[in-house]
Write a protein that binds this ligand. Sequence first.
Ligand SMILES: [Zn+2]
Ligand SMILES: [Zn+2]
Length: 260
Amino acid sequence: MLIDSHAHLEMPEFRKDLDEVVQRAKEAGVEYIFTVGTERKDWNRALEIARRYPSVYAILGVHPHNAQEIDGHTYGVLTKLCQDERVRAYGEIGLDFYRNLSPREIQLKRFREQIGLARELRLPIVIHDRDAHQETLEILKSEKAGELGGIIHCFSGDYRMAKECIDMGFVISVPGSITFKNAEPFQDIIRRLPLESLLVETDAPYLTPVPFRGKRNEPSYVRYTAQKVAELKGVPFEEVAEVTTANALRVYGLDERKPL
Ligand SMILES: [Zn+2]
Ligand SMILES: [Zn+2]
């Protein structure tokens, strides 16, 4: 059993064959998929997908790319949608200083605000950090975000950052890029981190692992990421599957629930 801790099934890439994608995941042993609605136009569809498939849960929030679209209604709409029991976390929120699709000052402000909203909603948070490691750490610390717990998704920082996040109460989610040839520095970090602090994710339709690199990613491929983690840590695949699944269920507050 595996869990894809982060995918985007509401994106247009899955419009045509979502039933098959969810079915293939099940056949590959992926018991749950967490789909992330990152902007207003995607929230309802993410939630609708989570209600339609027993194996899919939703995560809702405003991505740093869309930070400048937040207006006076945004948090009210999110507050309402997040009452649904299919919503298991708030996100993805954070900073993206690589693409800078929203001005940095606005990203910083909205990141802090959304940690506050997640606290009100009593949800763990899913963090997106690209080329903004220092600023991300500073905000997580000053907002005491560790009290909420959650996930650093598509982790791309160094070992020290990973350690700091784990010490704060977060887990580190490993994407398919761990299988890439040039991933040696990242692979080394994963070797050194405890399995008890790791999740696996696809971020589908992006970041497709080897051997499907270049094609559309989908949740069933999360097994290649888990396989790579097993290889790096020198433990059986089953152990990685079991422990990362338990970690994900714990973070998303589903560990009391029986598998469907
Ligand atoms: Zn992201
Ligand atoms: Zn994402």
